[in-house]
Ligand binder design. Structure first.
Ligand SMILES: NC(=O)c1ccc[n+]([C@@H]2O[C@H](COP(=O)([O-])OP(=O)(O)OC[C@H]3O[C@@H](n4cnc5c(N)ncnc54)[C@H](OP(=O)(O)O)[C@@H]3O)[C@@H](O)[C@H]2O)c1
Length: 341
């Protein structure tokens, strides 16, 4: 077990922020977590982060800087450490505000080595981080670690899926290797893929298909893959996203823990549907994708970060994206209505 200042720090103490910070601290590291005032107060009052589900542990919290083996919680960006990778784990629509707050006090003028990443859904986050911190400090990343915050404040970790980090131009680097080592040592699967851009676009394809169909149909994952019409709608969104990525020189791939996006783009849709479809009545159970959970709970959806950004990229590249555009526009409307805007 290491007992040292962590190579990573986090912004956003929600499901992912508490999971990443908590698991690193459980491994003996001193981890800093920048939270909103209400969640910082709740975590400090509780004196612990509670992770349940595929991991079951309580991790001590304390005001930052916390001792090794605990999570140092702060609301002040000036408390963020020097020489770390700072991973933003706010929702996409809160990212601009979080970046603006952090940028007022971090990184310090003499901190040449700190870097930033964002694991939000969508591709917009890296451009936003580059605009604020400079492209050289940005390490693109994505995660399929899954979790959610319960009403009692505990975080249920539903899957320890892979976290990917990689340099913008491809491959790894000493700073990426150090982050991967820290995550792996904490029991969080992590790797630097040959092309992080291929990961990001493949994940964007799946997110566009799953969120687009599920929000409109209020369908669970098993229901979508149990219905040929919803499958075709999913594949249409995947194809338009993949075509947009191709216009930017990125080839989508087949990666563990999410659907074989490359195969979907080179196989006739009816063949894919026939292969995946489970005959019989639609399953009643199954969890709803996060964006559908958000709209049903009256929370904002990440419409602009996922669909708005993809449509803008398609338009800039001259790629026809009528399905993505339709979904963006309808979801914008649903988002306004559900928020009473
Ligand atoms: N959860 C998953 O399974 C999963 C998987 C892959 C990707 N993602 C993506 O990862 C991102 C985070 O997801 P999540 O499920 O962890 O969301 P979440 O539970 O809603 O957590 C977001 C956190 O960000 C905090 N926040 C908002 N503005 C902030 C600011 N200015 N400064 C500091 N903290 C701020 C929120 O504060 P409050 O505590 O006050 O609400 C909340 O704690 C999303 O973009 C999501 O799409 C999630």
């Amino acid at each position: 077990m290491s007992v040292s200042a962590s190579a990573l720090a986090f912004v956003g103490a929600g499901a992912l922020g508490q999971s990443f910070a908590g698991l690193l601290a459980k491994n003996g590291e001193a981890v800093t977590l920048l939270a909103t005032p209400r969640t910082a107060a709740a975590l400090l009052a509780a004196g612990r982060i509670r992770l349940r589900g595929v991991v079951e542990c309580d991790i001590a919290t304390a005001p930052a800087p916390a001792p090794p083996g605990s999570v140092g919680v702060t609301t002040n960006a000036a408390d963020l450490p020097t020489g770390v990778g700072l991973i933003f784990l706010t929702k996409g629509h809160d990212l601009a505000g979080a970046i603006a707050h952090v940028r007022t006090a971090w990184p310090k003028d003499d901190d040449d080595t700190s870097w930033v990443a964002g694991l939000q859904n969508g591709l917009a986050k890296d451009d936003m981080l580059a605009a604020a911190f400079g492209a050289a400090r940005v390490v693109p990343g994505a995660t399929i670690l899954g979790g959610g915050r319960g009403a009692d404040g505990a975080v249920t970790v539903t899957a320890l899926g892979m976290t990917y980090l990689g340099e913008m131009q491809g491959g790894s680097s000493p700073r990426v290797d150090a982050a991967i080592d820290a995550l792996m040592a904490a029991g969080i699967p992590a790797q630097a893929p040959a092309s992080i851009q291929s990961i990001l676009w493949s994940k964007a394809c799946n997110a566009a298909g799953v969120f687009g169909v599920s929000v409109l149909a209020r369908a669970t994952g098993p229901q979508m893959s149990g219905d040929p019409s919803m499958m075709r709608a999913y594949l249409a969104l995947v194809r338009e996203t993949a075509a947009t990525g191709a216009a930017y020189g990125v080839t989508v791939g087949n990666y563990p823990n999410f659907p074989p996006i490359h195969t979907y783009t080179v196989t006739p849709d009816e063949e894919t549907v026939a292969k995946i479809l489970k005959p019989g009545p639609l399953p009643r159970g199954g969890s709803l994708p996060s964006m559908t959970q958000d709209v049903l709970a009256g929370r904002p959806m990440e419409v602009e970060q996922v669909f708005g950004d993809l449509v803008a990229r398609a338009e800039r590249a001259g790629v026809a994206a009528p399905c993505l555009t339709f979904v963006r526009d309808v979801l914008r409307g649903i988002d306004r209505i559900s928020r009473g805007d």
